[in-house]
Write a protein of this length. Structure first.
Length: 327
C-alpha cells in the first residue's frame, strides 16, 4: 500500500472531528471535509500548528452513493467521525468508498468495545455493531463478484473520553461540585482516554495501516477504577475543605433497568438524537461500571503497546481539569 496522504473526514464538526482534523493537518495529511447538504457548514481549525487553508470542503449526502463517490475521488483514506445515528448509512458509505478506490477506512468507533460479544445487550452499541456487519458484508460481496477490493479498515476503541466527561459533568466526576459518583463497588476498572488521543490514534493508524489492517485497535490513556480516581483527586486536593464528596449508587442492575426504560420511552416518542438523551447517558454508565466487565470496558489486556500514559500524567491532567473548573 502506498503511503496515505489524502484523507476525507465525515462528521468533522462534532467533538471527534474537532480533534481529528487538527491532528491530521498537524501531521501533514491533506484533509477533505465532507458535509451534508443543509448542514451548518464547517469552519476549519485555526491555530499556529495547522493551516486551515489546507482543508477542502465538499458536500454529499450519506445516503447518496454517486454523490459520495464523486466527493471521495482522489482520496486515500476515509475517517468516520459522525454521530452514531449516521451509522445507518454505512452500507452506502462503504459502496462509495469501494467505487472511489479508498484504501483505508477508519470506522465510527472511538468509544465502547463494539466488538465485545455482549454489546447487543446495550442498545447504545447496536448502531455501530450493525455498521460493522454492513461493512464486512459489503467487502465480502465485492470480493464474491470478482471485483478488486483494496479497501481495508480499522476500528479504534478508546474507552470513555474522561476529560470531555469531566468538563461536561457527565458520568461520574463533577469538579464544579467536587462530587464523584461511585457506581457499584467502585472497583470495576475502566479504560479512559483524553479526547485528543483519538486524533493521535487516527494519525498512528493512517501512518501504518497494514499493521492495523481489518481489525479493532484498542488505544487508551489509562485504566483505573473509581476508587483509584477518588484516591487521586483527594491527593490533589490542597486542604480538607477541598476534599471530594462521594455519592454511592450501589445497585447497577437497577440502574441499567432504568436506562432501558428510558430508552424504550424515547423509542415510543420517536427520539432520534439518542446521543444527547438521558437514556444514552444512563446506559453508558451502566456498561462502564458493570461489575463483571461484561461489556469489556476494562481494555487493559487488549491495549496496543506504548499508549498507557501512567498514573502521574493522569494525576496532572486531573489537577488541570479541576483548576479549569475552579477558574
Amino acid at each position: 500500500m502506498s503511503p496515505i496522504v489524502n484523507v476525507s473526514v465525515l462528521g468533522a464538526s462534532g467533538n471527534l472531528g474537532e480533534c481529528i482534523v487538527p491532528a491530521l493537518l498537524k501531521s501533514g495529511f491533506v484533509v477533505t471535509v465532507i458535509i451534508r447538504p443543509g448542514s451548518r457548514g464547517y469552519t476549519p481549525p485555526k491555530n499556529d500548528s495547522t493551516d486551515s487553508k489546507a482543508v477542502t470542503i465538499k458536500e454529499a449526502a450519506y445516503d447518496d452513493v454517486s454523490g459520495l463517490t464523486a466527493a471521495l475521488q482522489g482520496q486515500d483514506a476515509l475517517v468516520e467521525a459522525f454521530n452514531p445515528a449516521a451509522s445507518v448509512h454505512q452500507r452506502t458509505i462503504v459502496r462509495a468508498a469501494l467505487a472511489a478506490g479508498i484504501e483505508h477506512l477508519i470506522t465510527n468507533e472511538f468509544g465502547m468495545d463494539t466488538f465485545n460479544p455482549n454489546v447487543a445487550e446495550a442498545p447504545i452499541g447496536k448502531p455501530k455493531a450493525l455498521a460493522q456487519r454492513a461493512l464486512e458484508e459489503e467487502l465480502q460481496a465485492a470480493a464474491a463478484n470478482d471485483k478488486p477490493v483494496s479497501l481495508t479498515w480499522t476500528g479504534i476503541i478508546t474507552g470513555v473520553w474522561y476529560d470531555w466527561t469531566i468538563r461536561t459533568g457527565l458520568f461520574w466526576m463533577n469538579p464544579t461540585t467536587r462530587t464523584i459518583t461511585r457506581y457499584g463497588s467502585g472497583n470495576q476498572r475502566t479504560s479512559l482516554s483524553r479526547l485528543a488521543l483519538t486524533g493521535e490514534a487516527v494519525v498512528a493508524v493512517l501512518r501504518n495501516p497494514e499493521h492495523f489492517r481489518n481489525r479493532p485497535a484498542y488505544i487508551a490513556s489509562h485504566t483505573v477504577s473509581t476508587n483509584e480516581l477518588i484516591a487521586l483527586v483527594n491527593e490533589i486536593s490542597e486542604s480538607p475543605e477541598k476534599s471530594w464528596n462521594v455519592v454511592d449508587i450501589p445497585d447497577m442492575e437497577a440502574f441499567m433497568t432504568e436506562g432501558m426504560r428510558l430508552w424504550d420511552e424515547d423509542t415510543k416518542n420517536g427520539v432520534e438524537d439518542r446521543l444527547n438523551s438521558q437514556a444514552w447517558v444512563t446506559i453508558v454508565i451502566a456498561t462502564l461500571f458493570d461489575e463483571k466487565n461484561r461489556f469489556g470496558t476494562d481494555l487493559e489486556e487488549k491495549l496496543e503497546p506504548g499508549w498507557d500514559e501512567g498514573r502521574e500524567k493522569l494525576k496532572d491532567h486531573l489537577k488541570q481539569l479541576i483548576i479549569e473548573a475552579d477558574s
